[in-house]
Design a protein around this ligand. Structure first.
Ligand SMILES: [Mg+2]
Length: 229
């Protein structure tokens, strides 16, 4: 370890979609701005989304737009969207407050989001999260990702992309906290990892997951942190 490296007590892994960010409001605003610029039809997006969901597939808006309208339209629309959308209307209740809570207390945190690269990145940009370290991963099982950070000393080495301050150097922590709206995120929590399952109503999964606390929303999560002191 270098002199600048630090062992901190914990790192917070935040999910993005449906935990911090409203995917419904995002698609609504994205289509509204796209239509106002005459670049796409909301109807075609909604139809394609319903079709994909009825097949049990995930809908990749980026793929759909590039294939249907071309890469130029995606470039124009994504730039215009990020510039003109009001980020505050896309965030879920308590998202700003939770990020402030962590930042004020210098608790290291970052976003680990599952999905296709271009679409997830557009949403992170639309949310105004360019200053929050983030990675896009290929599984919703966040516990399995955190497990890969565990080293033989029993500490977690956080990937550099998830550390916002280069002065910290390599960040090692004793424990990790995962906040997610999907129960699948917590399927096999590694040692000293704690989960907050935010119940947005889209995932009724297993309510008896060990080491996981269920909260109705992020305000309830913050209240429980304040109570714990
Ligand atoms: Mg989610």
């Amino acid at each position: 370890m270098q002199a600048s490296d630090q062992l901190r007590s914990e790192y917070w892994v935040l999910d993005f979609d449906r935990t911090l960010f409203s995917i419904e409001k995002n698609i609504e605003q994205f289509c509204r701005i796209g239509e106002s610029l005459g670049l796409l039809s909301k109807k075609s997006i909604v139809q394609e989304q319903q079709h994909a969901e009825s097949q049990g597939a995930s809908f990749d808006v980026y793929e759909f737009i590039v294939q249907t309208y071309g890469l130029d339209v995606w470039d124009q629309l994504s730039t215009a969207y990020v510039k003109s959308v009001d980020a505050t209307c896309l965030l879920l209740p308590g998202a700003t407050e939770l990020l402030d809570y962590l930042a004020v207390r210098s608790i290291q945190h970052g976003i680990v989001t599952f999905g296709s690269k271009h679409w997830q990145q557009l949403k992170l940009d639309a949310a105004g999260f360019e200053n929050i370290p983030s990675i896009i991963v290929d599984t919703p099982d966040k516990a399995s990702i955190v497990k890969t950070w565990l080293d033989e000393n029993g500490t977690y080495t956080i990937p550099d992309e998830l550390v916002d301050d280069p002065k910290i150097g390599t960040l090692a922590v004793r424990s990790v906290v995962i906040v997610d709206d999907k129960s699948r995120a917590f399927s096999s929590l590694p040692p000293r990892t704690k989960g907050y399952w935010v119940q947005t109503g889209h995932d009724t999964g297993d309510k008896t997951l060990p080491f996981t606390t269920t909260v109705q929303d992020l305000y309830q999560l913050i209240r429980s942190l304040v109570e714990q002191g």
